[in-house]
Ligand binder design. Structure first.
Ligand SMILES: *Cc1c(COP(=O)(O)O)cnc(C)c1O
Length: 401
């Protein structure tokens, strides 16, 4: 191994002078103008930009309906409500995700059940999902981890067989596609996040796309206190229209502001370019790391186009004399903003309190010990990518064995 490690070409010895984050937004003048125009207008919240953005995003991903929310987590909560998740209902999701993918089930008093991942794609393994289905299972929440779509064909097939709803957590996957079909048009409901590190941003924000009118109506109601304004749907038929409205269910205030919707709509016009840039940088990383025994580059299914939200490498610890944490610390010292995505959700103290046992998803736990996210965002430059590559080479060479 020493031979192959030393085959790494020479690279600048200097460490990077400024901090490079793992992700960040890209805001241009057009975005700023879109927001300031709203600030000068009549509506700061729920004005015309909400529906305009929803329509544009639905068109972009080929969905019948879209409902915008104050953040992606609120959107997932609303989707669980619309899917009818209630006390004691089981929902199967991935352990390798942000906590929100499972927390949304708890908000509805449901029970998150964690299926182990596929070792290649890091998404939930359909075989594991099937094994976990019980009479209480109501839904599956697959996560399109890093932007690469999960095994949607198999998961939707399983869901159909067992009468389950598929709520796709596509927080990473706006702009991705599966067998040529855009993400957002495939599952019963699909959630995109508009957090600044995601593909496009509204500061905070989230959106659900669906082709199901009944879900669409429930999502709208849930977003705004459970209030119904359509006279045709009122319980009190004698009510006069005008000031009257009815609260028919317990909803929340999960609304996005008009300023945020205008920002998101402006960002959406740049989505394709952002994804192309991410893809190009990921290709540079792949080329640089594919021959290094200590690094496993991200596996990509041929039938899927990732939106490349994250570039996650796996350290082959057999070829290193140190662990992931040491590699992490040394790259941070090099001003490279590496990260770990994610701590398996059920290992968090809150979930451990609830009784989830360590060891239940061994593949996810093994991956967790080895994974490292490298910086990847559209406004970085090729020089930034070269800095990351050089720093990774230096650290790996130091500890190759
Ligand atoms: C970002 C993210 C969310 C939550 O989105 P917010 O908009 O931050 O609430 C949910 N799931 C995954 C996988 C995410 O990365």
């Amino acid at each position: 191994m020493r031979n192959r490690a030393s085959a790494i070409q020479s690279e600048p010895m200097q460490k990077r002078k400024t901090w490079l984050p793992y992700g960040r937004q890209w805001i241009d003048e057009a975005d700023i103008e879109a927001v300031t125009a709203v600030l000068k207008g009549d509506y700061l919240t729920t004005g015309p930009h909400i529906q305009q953005f929803e329509q544009k995003l639905a068109n972009k991903v080929g969905a019948g309906y879209a409902v915008a929310f104050s953040n992606g987590t609120a959107a997932l909560h609303a989707a669980c409500y619309a899917a009818g998740i209630g006390p004691g209902d089981e929902v199967i999701t991935s352990p390798i995700t942000f906590a929100a993918s499972a927390n949304c089930v708890l908000y509805q008093q449901g029970i998150p059940v964690f299926a182990d991942i596929d070792e290649q794609t890091y998404s939930i393994d359909p075989v594991q999902v099937t094994a976990l289905i019980t009479s209480k299972t109501k839904a599956i929440i697959p996560v399109d981890f890093t932007g690469q779509p999960a095994d949607l064909r198999e998961l939707i097939q399983i869901a159909k067989q067992h009468g389950l709803v598929v709520i796709e957590d596509a927080a990473h996957a706006l702009g991705a596609n599966y067998e040529g079909q855009p993400i957002g048009s495939i599952s019963d409901m699909t959630m995109f996040s508009l957090h600044p590190v995601k593909q496009i941003t509204a500061g905070e924000g989230g959106i659900i796309t669906t082709n199901n009118k009944a879900y669409y109506e429930k999502l709208l109601e849930f977003r705004s206190h459970g209030i119904v304004r359509d006279p045709a749907k009122w319980c009190n038929e004698a009510a006069s229209s005008g000031w009257y409205y009815e609260m028919q269910s317990l909803g929340f205030n999960y609304r996005l502001t008009d300023m945020q919707a205008a920002l998101a709509a402006s960002q959406l016009t740049k989505l394709d370019r952002f994804v192309e840039l991410r893809k190009g940088y990921a290709a540079q990383y792949n080329a640089a790391f594919s021959q290094i025994p200590a690094i496993k580059t991200p596996f990509q299914q041929k039938s899927r186009q990732s939106s490349w939200h994250l570039y996650v490498i796996q350290l082959e610890l057999e070829f290193l004399s140190v662990d992931r944490n040491q590699v992490y610390a040394e790259l941070i010292a090099e001003n490279i903003g590496v990260q770990v995505h994610y701590i398996p959700v059920y290992l968090h103290p809150y979930y451990q309190e609830l009784g989830y046992a360590k060891g239940q998803c061994p593949k996810a736990e093994k991956l967790y010990e080895r994974m490292l996210t490298l910086p990847l965002f559209p406004s970085m430059t090729s020089a930034d990518v070269q800095d990351v590559i050089a720093a990774v080479y230096r650290v790996i060479r130091k500890y190759a064995c």
